[in-house]
Design a protein around this ligand. Structure first.
Ligand code: NAI
Ligand code: PYR
Ligand code: MG
Length: 493
């Protein structure tokens, strides 16, 4: 019991329990209260902060993650209490940005396993393996294949840090029972050469499975989960784009599942886009007139575009769906090759819906592959939204061009994670776009003091503000499926 973080109370076991559980003599004699344990931990945390002053940020963050992780491994009740009470301070440690650093260094940091690992070598075994998990009941699962961890690329098995961090947020923010959550890594190999050559790498040292072989592993995993816990909600997280969309289509009508990067991000971004309309003092129905430049046409960018387009079609004043028509395109989408137009070769159908036509109805004189700065200068968008995974891509020139936006409060959403991948910083935005700008980022930044002494808000636009509610809502309502309507409702309310 002393070594089981679910049940361990450390020095807080009262004498009666020490006797009943055969623990007498296994602990120092003084019985401490939970509050005293809490205080002891917080004091240690503050001493660590004091002792690491002046050290590089990465060293300090990893030290903070280690002290929290050790508590997680020792005493979950205390861990979640400190997390819930201090979520604002600890979210950047257990979640983005530090979780990114943890994933990058996971094989070296590994001490104890957490969650489950299903690998390509476990084919045919998963139905029995799922019963190795000690909890009788599981409500919430977060699964990754490690193929696109934040904006850090393919981190293979090391991506397990993400499901762990996401489920910590479920417990802290939505009150999900920590004994009923399960982080899962599907290790189908990695294409990250550095990891394949790393002797300490803890995952399969083979290239990623592709095609039917890949899907066979995910199918078997989903069947196994469903067989043991038919009502568990499965959140797909940080799958590379092609598998994010394919698995969502494949499983969404059979299982209670959603893809957080595609759907959760879209819900949070839509909430921000609607907020940006309000910030301009305009009625929400004017959302249909907003010009929105989206940089990044991956799983997250396309998810946002789909939901934003659907929201425009449903806006009050747009009396029936379809009134605005498929041709109504308020979006300019760029990927690594610049502006996407209909003349782009081999365009993914999911992206093609948003490609600019540049027929007679389009006024700005832009061409296929136009650069971001050209697009911003010509379009004068109300919103510039980044989901590119490219740090600093909203450079000074781009931000200065946003000054000419048609909005009195141009909105800049630098949503890529972790911090190093953010498209820009709030300082850059308030300096180059103006102090009337609205800023939000995927990873947390500090507020900025503006020239008039007022606060320039560094808001956070991260799916962490949405997925805990979706999971909790689906759980409490006993929903069999997670519909787009639920995500819309979460964004709009
Ligand atoms: N704030 C939030 O809640 C969320 C943030 N994200 C972040 O969004 C980023 C992208 O995620 P995914 O869409 O899943 O990745 P992805 O790999 O599917 O897509 C990335 C997209 O960015 C484009 N891109 C790459 N370089 C570019 C450049 N120089 N200029 C313009 N576009 C460029 C690619 O062509 C691709 O379309 C990641 O950094 C991730 O952390 C993702 C989900 C949620
Ligand atoms: C926040 C998140 O889900 C991501 O960056 O992938
Ligand atoms: Mg994600």
């Amino acid at each position: 019991i002393l070594h089981d973080p679910w049940y361990n109370k450390d020095t807080a076991f009262p004498l009666t329990e020490r006797d009943r559980l055969g623990l007498r003599g296994l602990l120092p004699p003084r019985v401490m209260s939970f509050e005293q344990q809490y205080e002891r931990f917080i004091n240690s945390y503050h001493s660590l902060e004091h002792n690491t002053q002046g050290e590089p940020d990465s060293v300090v963050s990893l030290a903070k993650w280690r002290i929290l992780n050790r508590l997680h491994d020792r005493n979950e009740t205390l861990y979640y209490r400190v997390l819930i009470d201090n979520i604002k301070d600890f979210a950047p440690i257990i979640y983005t940005p530090t979780v990114g650093l943890v994933c990058e260094n996971y094989s070296g940091l590994f001490r104890r396993p957490r969650g489950m690992y299903f690998s390509a070598k476990d084919k045919g075994e998963m139905m029995s393996m799922i019963y190795n998990w000690p909890a009788e009941k599981v409500d919430m699962i977060v699964v990754t294949d490690g193929s696109r961890i934040l904006g850090l690329g393919d981190l293979g098995v090391q991506g397990i840090g993400i499901p762990i961090g996401k489920l910590d947020v479920y417990v802290a923010a939505a009150g999900i029972n920590p004994q009923k959550v399960l982080p899962i890594m599907l290790d189908v190999g990695t294409n990250n050469e550095e990891l394949l050559e790393d002797k300490l790498y803890l995952g399969l040292r083979q290239p990623r499975l592709e095609g039917e072989e890949y899907l066979a592993v995910v199918d078997e995993f989903m069947e196994a989960v469903h067989a043991r816990w038919p009502k568990a909600i499965v959140q797909f997280e940080d799958f590379q784009m092609k598998w994010a969309f394919e698995t969502l289509q494949r499983y969404r009508s059979r299982f209670c599942m959603f893809n957080d990067d595609v759907q959760g991000t879209a819900g949070v971004a839509l909430a921000g886009l609607l907020g940006a309309v309000r910030a301009q003092g305009r009625p929400l129905a004017d959302f249909t007139k907003q010009k929105i430049v989206v940089v990044g046409a991956g799983s997250a960018g396309i998810g946002v575009l789909n939901m934003a387009k659907h929201a425009m079609l449903r806006m009050p004043g747009t009396h029936k769906i379809g009134e605005l028509g498929e041709g109504h395109n308020q979006f300019w989408v760029l990927d690594k090759d610049g502006l996407i137009t209909k003349s782009r070769k081999d365009l993914d159908p999911a992206v093609a819906r948003f490609a600019r036509g540049y027929g007679p109805e389009e006024v700005e004189d832009l061409h296929e592959g136009a650069s971001l700065v050209e697009v911003v200068k010509k379009v004068k968008p109300h919103v510039l939204l980044g989901l590119s995974g490219v740090g600093g891509i909203f450079n000074e020139e781009v931000l200065k061009a946003m000054k000419e936006s048609d909005s009195p409060c141009p909105a800049i959403f630098a949503m890529s994670n972790p911090t190093t991948k953010a498209e820009c910083t709030p300082e850059d935005v308030f300096k180059h776009v103006g102090e009337n700008a609205v800023f939000a980022s995927g990873s947390p930044f500090s507020n900025v003091t503006l020239s008039n002494g007022r606060k320039g808000y560094a808001n956070q636009a991260n799916n962490m503000y949405l997925f805990p509610g979706i999971g909790l809502g689906a759980l409490l309502s006993g929903a069999r499926h997670i519909s787009d309507g639920m995500l819309h409702a979460a964004a709009e309310w």
